[in-house]
Design a protein around this ligand. Structure first.
Ligand code: FAD
Length: 343
């Protein structure tokens, strides 16, 4: 499969921003992925993996070879009647995979239903929702090294999962393209309804896994704009993690600001609450707005360039810093350059 030059990417990102890849190819097999990596290496081109573009802000121009990872397949590795191990190719759609598992009684991922994107991108930011992170169910990750074209295997520990992060966001992991993810699921996994909004949406007193799956879909459909109708990338900011002393100061000053314990010594703060408190909800700047339904989500109404998105994000970051002394970090990856002088 050959790479195509100068390919527009507006249909490859859920913010629907105008962007062009210097070279682009959609890869549907390991063999074509390896061939394309060798082709790029021979030309000294950087390689950038892309899934469904639901967690990226694409700037005007992406130099090098953009590879849309589209390998398909779900393989049952073993099933002992309780534990189930599946190997899932990176190009499978995440929600379709979660539905597939729920229908077949392989449980543990129901709380992550309806998250957009591909299976291969799920470990990158350790997707999470309603009290569950995908790291809890990942046994390991198969990847290919961009430099050597060699296939490598990372255990869950090697992936260094943390809140919305993993080794794939660090320098070492950036040279890897994830080709498949191994999941350990369970036929009698415990149901997690710890998240208050999810609990409230469950009508049955004795909820089963299917009920949780349905409730998550219902809650998400009410609380998040559908990217196919309203371009967005979900939460634009991570919830900040701060030291106990900072949390104490903020607790004294802003008693309503929600704070959550984490597995580490850090305290997680609600970014949405701070953005709401500053009155940002619904505000629009240059065609990009803070969603009316969820203040962590920026929606693209009419903008074509990442500049408009990033300038609204910058204004929000600055105002949060000024009032609360807290740094808001972007959740999506900003890729490429906005200045076409680099062409
Ligand atoms: C409406 C909406 C709701 C969302 N809700 C949530 C949520 O609840 N929780 C959550 O965690 N996220 C959420 N997201 C963010 C997004 O859905 C996830 O981050 C998802 O995993 C991105 O998948 P993707 O295939 O679109 O990745 P992309 O956006 O294409 O890529 C994201 C990053 O991963 C890298 N990447 C992609 N594929 C590979 C690969 N095969 N190998 C190596 N690197 C790769 C890319 O280079 C990029 O850096 C939401 C997004 C939207 C639009």
């Amino acid at each position: 499969m050959a790479a195509e030059p100068s390919v527009p990417l507006s249909s490859c990102n859920t913010l629907r921003l105008t962007s062009t890849a210097q070279w682009f190819a959609r890869v549907e097999s390991l063999a074509s992925l390896q061939a394309l990596l060798q082709w790029a290496k021979a030309r000294d081109l950087p390689v950038l993996p892309l899934g469904e573009g639901s967690n990226v802000v694409l700037q005007e121009y992406l130099a090098g070879l953009v590879l849309q990872v589209a390998m398909k397949g779900i393989v049952l590795q073993w099933d002992d009647g309780g534990q189930v191990r599946l190997r899932v190719a990176s190009g499978e759609n995440w929600h379709e995979f979660v539905s597939w598992c729920t229908e077949r009684g392989c449980y543990g991922l129901e709380n992550l239903a309806l998250i957009p994107g591909s299976v291969g991108a799920a470990p990158v930011q350790n997707i999470g929702a309603y009290g569950v992170e995908v790291a809890d169910r990942i046994a390991g990750v198969q990847a290919i090294d961009i430099e050597t074209s060699e296939i490598v295997y990372l255990s869950s520990e090697d992936c260094q999962f943390s809140y919305r992060s993993s080794v794939f966001k660090q320098k070492r992991g950036r040279s890897l393209i994830i080709t498949a993810v191994d999941f350990h699921l369970n036929r009698d996994a415990l149901i997690n309804t710890s998240y208050p909004t999810l609990k409230a949406a469950l009508t049955e007193a004795e909820a089963c896994h299917r009920d949780v799956f349905d409730a998550v879909i219902k809650v998400r459909s009410q609380r998040l704009p559908d990217p196919s109708q309203t371009p967005n990338v979900g939460s634009f900011f991570k919830n900040p993690l701060v030291a106990g002393s900072v949390a104490k100061r903020l607790g004294d000053q802003f008693p309503q600001l929600p704070q959550y314990e984490t597995d580490s010594t850090k305290i997680k703060l609600s970014a949405a609450w701070m953005i709401d408190d500053l009155g940002w909800r619904g505000k629009e700047l240059n065609g990009v707005a803070v969603s009316e339904v969820h203040s962590l989500v920026l929606v693209n109404r009419t903008a074509t360039s990442s500049v408009a998105v990033l300038s609204l994000a910058g204004e929000i970051q600055q105002s949060v810093w000024q009032k609360f002394g807290v740094e808001l970090v972007l959740e999506p990856e900003v890729l490429g350059v906005s200045d076409d002088s680099s062409k």
